[in-house]
Ligand binder design. Structure first.
Ligand code: GLN
Length: 490
């Protein structure tokens, strides 16, 4: 196995012992990117010089016995909607194609202080709007498992870069599933922390009440390592929660004995691919054998999640994206002699892609006088009901398990002409963002040669249980590859 195919956790141990250098790991990752980028297209910007310089600095610290953290010397890729000082940050959009931030997002600052090596900025759906990473100025990111398929979105670049060995670990963002879905599609692990757990300072906003930065890694341990680095209060983000986090690596091997795990009955009905259901139920059966108590829970308002999400997300996006007018922010179009209105119009119609424009229009509509009560307000009420469902489910269960997506990775172009079909891919992920809860996607084998993701949903600020169950599922997922299919209960 090449260095770029190993987990951050393993490599960190090897760096500690002096068995490898950060330069060797970084060179391995950059070489893989050289080989793979033509077919995968995971990066909008690669930063090899910065990476090698940071790797050499890490090696100096390590040989002086001054290693900063478990991430010191480990290559990390960052989604291109997270500001990196001096490195172009485009959000996958033409309107920000020349934007070079003058400051680092808090998460980037934390990574750099931990000694991480920044390999580049990853591809994404424009402003995070999409489920397939096909809505980007640089074109789609392909799935490393099968390049005819999409990588999932919107953090498709971050997930594909990990899956293909073009980075060891990465940062993604999740507004309605954008960490969990691409992690599931590419066969890696991804965690969306509780809203407020990780600072959003320096994250370019899509829908501020839903956006959350999180980690994508090859294993659950890698995600835990990343969380240890990026979590914590930040006074630069007024929504940042002042809640101390545990060491997420500490009790991850505790196992599931005695835990109550809920299966939301609405998540296993018609519409879910049978092969995905079977794989998940296999893992659930093994969790029961490990001593977990499996119970059925109900999320009666689950059916409203996609509608509520797409009303709230577009409403917030229409407001957040108003700033890109060619004056305050964004590339200006329309020529020097255009009047103000023509300039705004040209800037926004040329600078934004089709999906972004669709959402700005929808969002503006649902916020407009006369429609606000019928759509936006109603969606907010549905959001409260959805949150209430989870509160009740968590009175019975310590965490919930379900699918990440109703379908296996689909082929490039398959859903591009039908936005509604694309939105429905988010059916199991968006409700966590509406409720602010943590969720993790882990791989539980393959069906039809394509990766299957399993989702673990936790109580607010209880990422530790999610990680502990994730760790057991990861282990069982590997084990059950050899077991025969079990009968599903729903
Ligand atoms: N697919 C969802 C959307 O397009 C979620 C995207 C995200 O989480 N950034 O809004």
């Amino acid at each position: 196995m090449e260095l770029c195919d190993r987990s951050a956790f393993d490599l960190s141990g090897l760096l500690n012992k002096g068995d490898v250098s950060s330069r060797q790991i970084t060179e391995s990752v950059l070489k893989r990117a050289d080989d793979k980028e033509k077919s995968i297209n995971a990066f909008i910007t690669l930063s090899p010089e910065t990476a090698l310089r940071q790797a050499d600095e890490a090696d100096k610290r390590i040989s002086a016995g001054k290693r900063l953290s478990p991430l010191d010397g480990i290559p990390v890729a960052v989604k291109d909607n997270i500001c990196t000082k001096g490195i172009r940050t485009t959000c996958g959009s033409d309107i920000l194609s020349n934007f070079i931030p003058t400051y680092n997002a808090t998460v980037v600052e934390r990574l750099l202080s931990a000694g991480a090596v920044l390999v580049g900025k990853t591809n994404m759906d424009e402003f995070g709007m999409g489920s397939s990473t096909e809505n980007s100025i640089i074109g789609p990111t392909r799935n490393p498992v099968d390049t005819a398929c999409v990588s999932g979105g919107s953090s498709g670049g971050s997930a594909a870069a990990v899956a293909s060995g073009e980075t060891i670990i990465s940062l993604g963002t999740d507004t309605g599933g954008s960490i969990r879905l691409p992690a599931a599609f590419c066969g890696v692990a991804g965690i969306k922390p509780t809203y407020g757990r990780v600072s959003r300072y320096g994250l370019i906003s899509y829908a501020s009440s839903l956006d959350q930065i999180g980690a994508i890694g090859r294993t659950v341990d890698d995600c835990a390592m990343m969380l240890n680095c990026i979590c914590g209060h930040d006074r630069m983000d007024t929504t940042s929660a002042d809640v101390a986090g545990p060491d997420f690596l500490l009790s991850r091997n505790k196992g599931v004995k005695g835990l109550k795990i809920g299966l939301p009955m609405q998540y296993f009905v018609e519409g879910l691919d049978q092969a995905i259901k079977e794989r998940i139920m296999k893992v659930v059966e093994l969790l029961a054998e490990e001593g977990a108590e499996i119970i059925e829970v109900s999320l009666p308002h689950a059916e409203y999640a996609v509608s509520a999400y797409y009303l709230i997300a577009t409403a917030e996006a229409s407001s957040n994206l108003a700033r890109y007018d060619g004056v305050k922010y964004g590339n200006r179009s329309g020529g020097d002699d255009a009047d103000l209105i023509d300039m705004y119009e040209a800037t926004r119609s040329l600078g934004f892609g089709r999906e972004v424009k669709r959402r700005i229009m929808l969002g503006t509509y649902v916020l407009s006088a006369g429609y606000y009560d019928a759509y936006y307000l109603k969606a907010q009420k549905a959001r409260t009901l959805i949150k209430g469902d989870f509160d009740r489910a968590f009175e019975q269960a310590d965490c919930l398990i379900g699918p990440v997506s109703p379908c296996l990775p689909f082929r490039l172009g398959e859903k591009m002409s039908d936005p509604l079909q694309m939105y429905l891919v988010d059916i199991y992920t968006v409700s966590l963002n509406l409720a602010g809860l943590p969720g993790m996607s882990i791989n539980c084998g393959k069906a039809e040669g394509l990766p299957v993701g399993l989702q673990i949903i936790g109580k607010a600020f209880d990422e530790m249980t999610v990680i502990t169950v994730g760790k057991t599922c990861e282990h069982l997922g590997e084990l059950c590859l050899n077991k025969k299919t079990v009968q599903t209960q729903f």
